[in-house]
Write a protein that binds this ligand. Structure first.
Ligand SMILES: NC(=O)c1ccc[n+]([C@@H]2O[C@H](COP(=O)([O-])OP(=O)(O)OC[C@H]3O[C@@H](n4cnc5c(N)ncnc54)[C@H](O)[C@@H]3O)[C@@H](O)[C@H]2O)c1
Length: 243
């Protein structure tokens, strides 16, 4: 039995490096996937990859900093697949910038995209899932939220915020049938990871073996989305926290 057979997943940032791999992995595990991204071409590329792998998917263009984007995404998910079982929040950004150079605008942009979007998505999903007494909300945090990283103050704060939000929200939905968790996939070679790095840096870091490939964590995400992880609620599941 495939782990996500009969489930439907709404995924934000689905056109990115991790979204592509997680979307295909979830489809291979039996899920139908609504792929949302602000970039419609990127969303469609993930849909094409899922379809090529034998799965079912639709593309939905949307900006996750707006509450209305989630209502549209969930409406479209339910209309296409007849249910909405899992929200996977992936959309995010990581501009490298020291605190002394950080503008208020850039700070707000990072916190709004990375953290407020998780609140907006979880709130909208919980309003639909709680009356049905079932559903899973997953968000992409990062070990950086605990460890910190130079030039990553807003990013680290946003990811620590996701962990605090997830823990608090989980306490409000204990024993409801709905659960909420977040995860950190570790430093992974995607467009987001390459931001601010020279070609030389990228080669050196890849050669040192400290960077993961986007598909490496896919099966953990499938597990977290599935009923097999039912005892987990309010957790942060991370790979490289102690490195
Ligand atoms: N790559 C890593 O090393 C790493 C490590 C830990 C956590 N993460 C987290 O994983 C998530 C995905 O990262 P990635 O590496 O795949 O990055 P990516 O840049 O490849 O993908 C991000 C996606 O988000 C989309 N997006 C940006 N703004 C949006 C908006 N307003 N509305 C909707 N979509 C929007 C982009 O179009 C893009 O497709 C992020 O939350 C990131 O913080 C990444």
């Amino acid at each position: 039995m495939r782990m996500l057979e009969g489930k439907s997943v709404a995924m934000t940032g689905g056109g990115g490096g991790l979204g592509l791999c997680y979307g295909v992995a979830m489809a291979k595990a039996g899920a139908s996937v609504a792929v949302s991204d602000i970039n419609p071409t990127a969303a469609q590329a993930t849909v094409d990859a899922i379809t090529k792998a034998g799965g079912k998917a639709i593309a939905v263009q949307g900006d996750v900093t707006k509450a209305a984007a989630f209502e549209e995404l969930f409406d479209r998910t339910e209309a296409a697949f007849g249910s909405f079982d899992v929200l996977l929040n992936i959309a995010g950004m990581f501009p490298r910038c020291p605190v002394v150079d950080m503008t208020e605008e850039l700070w707000d942009e990072v916190i709004t995209l990375n953290l407020k979007s998780v609140f907006l998505g979880a709130r909208a999903a919980m309003r639909r899932m709680l009356p049905r007494k079932q559903g899973v909300i997953l968000s992409t945090a990062s070990g950086t939220g605990i460890r910190g990283q130079p030039k990553g103050s807003a990013y680290s704060a946003s990811k620590a915020g996701i962990m605090g939000f997830t823990r608090a929200a989980s306490l409000e939905i204990l024993n409801s049938g709905v659960r909420i968790n977040c995860f950190g996939p570790g430093a992974t070679d995607t467009p987001l990871w390459r931001v601010g790095k020279s070609e030389e840096d990228i080669k050196r870091l890849l050669a040192a073996g400290n960077v993961y490939q986007p598909d490496d964590f896919s099966n953990v995400v499938v597990f977290l989305a599935s009923d097999l992880s039912a005892p987990l609620n309010g957790e942060f599941i991370s790979r490289d926290l102690h490195r």
